[in-house]
Unconditional design. Structure first.
Length: 37
């Protein structure tokens, strides 16, 4: 049970880092924020 929670935490952290990278890339390219919503 604890292992599943750790796995879920790592997946959510990985997804959050991916979102940060994607947001930074979009900002560098000058795309509007409306595309992210």
């Amino acid at each position: 049970m604890m292992r599943l929670w750790c796995y879920r935490q790592s997946v959510s952290a990985y997804a959050a880092s991916l979102e940060k990278i994607a947001a930074a890339t979009f900002l560098e390219r000058g795309l509007p924020w409306s595309l992210l919503v």
